[in-house]
Unconditional design. Structure first.
Length: 113
């Protein structure tokens, strides 16, 4: 799997900006980015409800597969199928067009590399 990075910008209060700026100087992290990545991973690890919600949004938008949703939510297929049904999200179980088949084939080839 190719690991892509993207730069994000966001607004923070002055005190938080100062705290974030001090992070690399503490010796705990080499950079503020490294700290923020760790903070996000820690938050998501402790919030299964948030991971499930993120997985549902991405799945519903067609950005991820059911398997990836299971991975993000840290669940299993049966649990994810149950959650999708409870939320009224219809599972995509078949490929209905040649374009979708080509897209799925391209994903498989990319994954196999």
């Amino acid at each position: 799997m190719v690991n892509k990075s993207e730069t994000l910008s966001f607004t923070v209060p002055e005190v938080l900006r100062l705290e974030l700026g001090a992070i690399p100087k503490t010796g705990y992290y080499d950079s503020t980015s490294e700290f923020l990545r760790d903070a996000m991973r820690t938050l998501l690890a402790s919030r299964k409800d948030l991971r499930i919600s993120i997985a549902l949004v991405l799945y519903k938008e067609g950005k991820i597969s059911l398997g990836k949703a299971v991975e993000i939510a840290d669940s299993n297929y049966a649990e994810m199928k149950r959650i999708l049904a409870e939320k009224g999200i219809i599972r995509k179980t078949t490929i209905s067009t040649a374009k979708e088949m080509d897209e799925e084939l391209a994903k498989l080839k990319k994954w196999k590399k």
